[in-house]
Design a protein around this ligand. Structure first.
Ligand code: NAD
Ligand code: FE2
Length: 406
């Protein structure tokens, strides 16, 4: 079997590891740009990292204007500020939106490329500034992927994929995730699970290292997602989720995601539905569509998800797997229909049109997806009753007001 595998060169996994940020960053230079969002910063999540940077005698410039599904103009603005301020090292403490922004800021500030010229795979060939990433959601795995996702002026979500976007360091500090509100915990956790699932069933670049990472990721995520949704301050479960999401990131960085993500992106880009929730909304329907082509692999995942379970046949295991994923979404309070997030029947053709543009992802799906398949999957996801809050409504929610969020 021929394959290639790459990953982040340096990783620390330790609750409280933010306090090491100053020492690590000082190895690369003196002037630091911190990329984050106003919510994360106002909850106090960046404070230990900022204090560590200042205690190490470093100069700190903070860019805290990141928004969910970062638009291209915002990334260009941050990169301009980074260049102007003659920054030596880019650090990000935040969710996937902040980490992805930071990756591109570090790249654009150092290379001569323009953002619009590097969308796609392998087009960012220049160099970047040193880059250190600290995730505050257990979801995207961005700290371990060579990927950054941008919302373009035409409200398309486009990926930039290139080895230069692996950070120098990923620092996993589970304390940073303690204050994640329940809806974000659930949605980002489902995102991580989808990364593991789609890596394991990826059609072209499935490989034995990604497989092992995906299996272990799914094991950890399935065992802990209900706990973190019910007890946000459970540091052991938070740690397992954070590790699981990074392992899933390492897996799908080398065995790319597929139709769940391809159909989720237009939902996020057009309706500002959080990324993980967009995935959850189409997940059972894409799995059911794929099942005839991926039953054996889904049956293997069913056994990972439910310790002690042995599937009687690929078809039985596959059904059990889809039912288990659906139950997790339900138990974690994730809405189950497109109509629950304000999407109507009239929106489906546009969604299907945009999903078909995600060719980078669709090629990895175990089953070919046509325009009418995409439409039918959205149609199946449309109806029933659910409840969710959009990004804008979630600020201020907090599980543990005296620790990570203030
Ligand atoms: N680079 C990759 O490999 C990759 C993979 C998957 C998704 N993505 C992209 O990542 C983005 C989504 O990232 P995300 O799901 O992590 O969400 P996010 O970064 O958009 O954050 C979602 C919300 O959670 C809040 N938040 C984050 N951490 C918090 C904390 N510890 N406490 C309280 N609130 C907190 C933020 O303020 C924000 O309001 C999307 O743009 C998606 O396309 C990237
Ligand atoms: Fe994702």
């Amino acid at each position: 079997m021929n394959f290639q595998f790459q990953t982040v060169p340096n990783l620390i996994c330790e609750p409280g590891a933010s306090s090491k940020l100053g020492e690590i960053a000082s190895r690369y230079g003196k002037r630091i740009m911190l990329v984050t969002d106003k919510g994360v910063r106002s909850y106090g999540v960046t404070r230990p990292g900022e204090e560590s940077l200042l205690a190490a005698g470093l100069e700190l410039v903070v860019f805290d204007e990141v928004v969910a599904d970062p638009p291209s103009h915002l990334i260009e603005k941050a990169a301009g500020l980074c260049r102007q301020a003659k920054i030596d090292v880019v650090v990000s403490i935040g969710g996937g939106s902040s980490l992805d922004t930071a990756k591109l800021v570090a790249y654009l500030a150092r290379s001569d490329d323009r953002l619009e010229d590097i969308y796609g795979v392998g087009l960012a060939k220049g160099q970047r500034l040193p880059l250190i990433l600290l995730p505050t959601t257990a979801g995207t795995g961005s700290e371990a992927t060579p990927i950054a996702i941008v919302t373009t002026p035409t409200t398309e979500k486009k990926g930039i994929v290139a080895p230069v976007l692996y950070p120098d360091w990923a620092i996993l500090d589970a304390f940073l995730t303690l204050g994640l509100p329940r809806p974000v915990t659930a949605a980002t956790g489902i995102d991580a699970m989808v990364h593991a699932i789609e890596a394991y069933t990826s059609k072209i670049k499935k490989n034995p290292i990604s497989d092992q990472l995906a299996l272990q990721a799914l094991r950890l995520l399935a065992a802990n997602i209900r706990t973190v949704c019910a007890q946000g301050d459970n540091i052991d479960a938070r740690s397992q989720m954070l590790l699981g999401s990074t392992l899933a990131g390492m897996a799908f960085a080398n065995a790319p995601v597929a139709a769940v993500h391809a159909l989720a992106y237009p939902i996020g880009a057009l309706f500002h539905v959080p990324h993980g929730l967009s995935n959850a909304l189409v997940l059972p329907h894409v799995l059911a569509f794929n099942a005839p082509y991926a039953a054996e692999l889904y049956a293997e995942l069913a056994e990972i998800m439910r310790p002690g379970y042995r599937s009687a046949s690929p078809a039985a295991g596959s059904s059990s797997f889809i039912a288990d994923m659906t139950a997790i979404c339900r138990d974690c309070g994730v809405p189950s229909t497109l109509s629950a997030v304000g999407i109507g029947e009239g929106d489906l053709p546009r969604l299907a049109d945009d999903a078909m543009k995600q060719t980078r992802l669709l090629v990895n799906n175990p089953r070919e997806v046509s325009h009418s398949d995409a439409f039918n999957i959205y149609a199946a996801a449309l109806k029933a009753i659910g409840r969710w809050q959009r990004n804008d409504d979630r600020r201020g929610e907090c599980h543990r007001k005296n620790v990570a969020c203030i």
